[in-house]
Design a protein around this ligand. Sequence first.
Ligand SMILES: Cc1ncc(COP(=O)(O)O)c(C=O)c1O
Length: 396
Amino acid sequence: MATANVNIPPEVRAVAADGTQLRYALMELSNQYPDAIALGRGDPDVATPAHIIEAAKAAIRDNKISPTSVYGMPILREAVAAKLRAENGLDANAENVIITTGGQEGLYLIMQALLDPGDEVIVPDPRYTSYDEAIASAGGKIVLVPTDHDDAFNLRPEAVEAAITPRTKIILIITPSNPTGGIVTEERLRAIAEIAIRHNLIVISDEIYEKFLYDGWKHFSIGSLPGMAERTITLNGFSKTYAMTGFRVGYAAAPVNVIEALARIKSVTTGAAAAVSQWAALAAVTGTQEPIREFHKLYDDRRRLMMTGLREMGLSFSDPRGAFFLWTNSSSTGIHATELSYLLLKEGRVLLFPGTGFGDNWGGYLRISVLQKSELLSEALERMKPILERYRITQE
Ligand SMILES: Cc1ncc(COP(=O)(O)O)c(C=O)c1O
């Protein structure tokens, strides 16, 4: 990939090799620009539904704020288990569920609990690089399995199987995917389950974007397949589904011995998730699910708007089947994605993340999230257009 003549500030350059740090450095930089339009982060911009806020207020008013069991409130664990049985087809009871301080803590606890030094984790690439750090901090080793644009970034069972070695312990699945918006289709999940059983591997299934699939695609939970309950850890949370990122509540569902192992680490690190947040989460999971339908419609409309605008600029993207992201191929600009992101921020005041924020191999991609009002998305497209044109001309 050609390099544009861009002076990336040293603080961004210094962290460019580390996906997570790079994303944070760009967000930090964008704070300098009050008019920046942020299409970077994956946190919903919509308001948390009123009945959830009310539940949090009531918890404070009624003094229901004492620390709960480190596993989470029994009533919430049961409500989550009921949801997993009804919606995901999992064979889960309350004792199979732990409430975490966001999915982020969940994924960290899982790696700490399951990995011994040298154990390998099969991870689809590109990827949410928080997993890199969680795996590394437990002494594990990432084994990347590339996913492809032409395959809508679906995960290929043959590629998973080819990556297995005697040290493999876990297959990680994130569906829908951050950053690609691709999904792992049911047929492929069935084949991957069969591989996991044959090689006696654990599957971690991150389903945090499960409610946001488009164009008729349907979410499927690998943990519901025969022989998978005993080897699957399903990770999810309230941040994306209910626009509750700041409440920091997530959960993991797994066999009881795994849940106990997670709780042992949690009890000596963060302790129980905040009680107020757990009451809010209870209202979310047991209350009306209508807000999810509204959010879905909103995100779908926005992604269509964005797709049209990007196509008009001559940018292509993989078939985005889920989540909040357009994983956009920017290689036609001739500019490395890290530089292009910086340019778009500095000259266009549009913050989006370079593909390199999700793995070293992705210098020809941008992750554009649609978590802004439509007017701002249109404005962002208008700001991007002249910059791309200017730099395309420079290329000639
Ligand atoms: C794939 C994936 N898993 C887990 C998380 C963690 O989310 P939270 O900690 O807000 O629940 C995120 C957040 O962006 C994510 O993209």
